[in-house]
Write a new protein. Structure first.
Length: 101
């Protein structure tokens, strides 16, 4: 192997491994309300979430994220790796639950 190939391989390894270790914050929606609800949290668009269903997780950025759609509001997400569930209960009250706590 020549020096250019070794450098290219090392550089590729660093790029791939650094992307694997990034902190991720993820959120999902649990809709226990009687009707389907449109929900978007920051850039994560969940579309219309059917009644009594839970979505898959989607990535969200750290910091303040606006909740838009049928359940407006906002949440503040700390840095680090966290998973959250935005729970909408039968009365339409929204709570944020950190998973694994």
């Amino acid at each position: 192997m020549n020096l250019k190939k070794i450098i290219l391989l090392c550089f590729s390894f660093v790029l791939i491994s650094s992307s694997c270790f990034k902190h991720r914050r993820q959120i999902r929606i649990k809709n226990n309300y009687a009707t389907p609800l449109a929900v978007k949290v920051g850039p994560a668009d969940f579309g219309t979430v059917p009644s009594v269903k839970t979505t898959e997780y989607k990535d969200i950025p750290k910091g303040e994220s606006e909740i838009t759609g049928d359940v407006p509001g906002s949440i503040n997400v700390p840095s680090g790796k966290h998973k959250y569930t935005l729970n909408i209960n039968t009365a339409g009250i929204v709570t944020l639950i950190e998973e694994g706590k």
